[in-house]
Write a protein that binds this ligand. Structure first.
Ligand SMILES: CC(C)(COP(=O)(O)OP(=O)(O)OC[C@H]1O[C@@H](n2cnc3c(N)ncnc32)[C@H](O)[C@@H]1OP(=O)(O)O)[C@@H](O)C(=O)NCCC(=O)NCCS
Length: 178
């Protein structure tokens, strides 16, 4: 990729690994899932079950991780989940995921969940989550290196920097360590 002056613009992921490897832009793995909320997925108040939202969050995050790494992946960590607004039966639930940062063998995936009332067209942000996935070698089953992430927009850069700070906290607290 060239910058405006004809020079080469490095993907941030390339700098992180200290060697030139082919990076992938965020757009190549961005994923979306859309579902109608059915009565079987709701609590007695007619609201989408938190556990069901967690399941969908894990799946849409896995899609982005699979696409970025072109590998088998496993969820290794989920940051806390806030449920800001409920999703009602009959509404449409929309989940968006993207790779925020690729490390050596792991990736932080950001997920945003929205509900949509199709009568009014109103979309409401209901949940945000960060998940860490590890890419696995299909032969050995062990962790495998992932491509660097190329960030292009100010928003992607903001998420990239935030992911570095969150990773430090996660690893410090790994397996309940404090
Ligand atoms: C995924 C797994 C194979 C990784 O094995 P491991 O021995 O932890 O391997 P490592 O210590 O080398 O860690 C691998 C990567 O995960 C990262 N990682 C491990 N634990 C983490 C945590 N709690 N938070 C964030 N990153 C973590 C490491 O930093 C490393 O990433 P990096 O290479 O980008 O720096 C192993 O932890 C596992 O099998 N966990 C169970 C996963 C599971 O069952 N998930 C639910 C079903 S998908």
């Amino acid at each position: 990729m060239k910058n405006g002056k004809g020079g080469r613009v490095k993907g941030v992921g390339e700098e992180l690994h200290g060697q030139v490897r082919k990076g992938k832009p965020v757009s190549m793995s961005r994923s979306e899932m859309t579902e109608m909320v059915l009565p079987s997925e709701t609590n007695p108040l007619g609201k989408l079950l938190g556990g069901h939202i967690m399941h969908l969050v894990d799946i849409v995050a896995a899609m982005a991780a699979h696409r970025h790494s072109n590998s088998l992946v496993m969820t290794v960590s989920v940051d806390y989940l806030d449920f800001r607004n409920s999703v009602s039966v009959g509404e449409i639930v929309i989940l968006n995921s993207q790779v925020n940062r690729a490390f050596r063998t792991s990736m932080e995936i950001g997920v945003e969940v929205f509900s949509e009332n199709y009568l009014t067209g109103k979309r409401t942000h209901t949940t945000s989550a960060y998940l860490t996935f590890v890419a696995l070698d299909e032969h050995t089953g062990g962790p495998k290196e992932v491509p660097p992430l190329i960030v292009k927009t100010a928003e992607e850069r903001r998420r990239f920097l935030g992911a570095g700070k969150r990773r430090k906290i996660r690893l410090a607290n790994r397996f309940g360590k404090r």
